[in-house]
Design a binder for this molecule. Sequence first.
Ligand SMILES: [Zn+2]
Length: 311
Amino acid sequence: MCKRLYNYKTGKASYKPYQIPIVHSQNFQIPQGKIVFYANQFSRGNVILGEVELASNHDQECSVSLISPNKDIDFHKQNKVHSVLFAIDPDFNGHTYSVSLRFRCGKNVRSKTVVLSLRDRAFPVLKVKLQLGKYADRSYLADKPELLQKIAEQNIRINSVWSRLSDPVRQFGVSHPRSVHRVTSSFYMQRSRLVYNQGKLVGSASSRHYGVDLWGDVGEPVFAMLRGRVALAEEMYYQGKYIIIDHGQGVFSEYMHLDAIHVKKDDIVEPGQRIGATGKTGMVMGAHLHIGLRIRGMFADPLSLVGLPIR
Ligand SMILES: [Zn+2]
């Protein structure tokens, strides 16, 4: 795993080892047992791994769940440790974040709220405006009803994947999605693109970047980040050759603009398994991997998974 560094004077690349982020933890002792939260940084937009080890008098008959607005999320029990992944909304403002858990021991149900302390996190603004050609021309799709229909159908298929809440998948660690680490566009960056109409510049539009762009020439390997089941593997209009992996409990990773897809729908993939190759298919300006992470509908920084002690 290397980080490619460019010397802009000579145009030559050099490599330096990629540093796996240091993982921080916050611990709580409660009557039901011990709770530990892990994160690369406790801040908005990041993933948090929650683990509960129940006290021995609670261990046998108790279950733990995360109290969430729509539906409680059951922790996954593995070797006496109950675990769950969740993310802090990138739009969240505040220095503390409350996490409420429900403990069910037979007929006895208790809930407990613990408070995490958060660090500030600002998301950068990209100064340069993106040039996306036909993808940013309002007139391009206007006279293509069949293509519009196709895009609408693709969106329905994608949204049906996002809405799933599959059973937990037993995890065996996390992999970086690339063998070279070079971020060309970071998570939740504010970006604007030039907007055209019939080839004429008419203004610009701004949006957030819901993933991370990682540099990669056409054909370089792309690896699955976590263990999971391939939920979608096909070419789409905006995403290009596109893979979504379902990691269970509403956790998904997505890989866009691929040159090649090496897996098919319903395959079980392992972290670090080669699933495709970087490319420039779909709405891109050049070859790269767009990697995204979605946890029960919320986008989070996919690189904040790397280094978490997921087991
Ligand atoms: Zn991107």
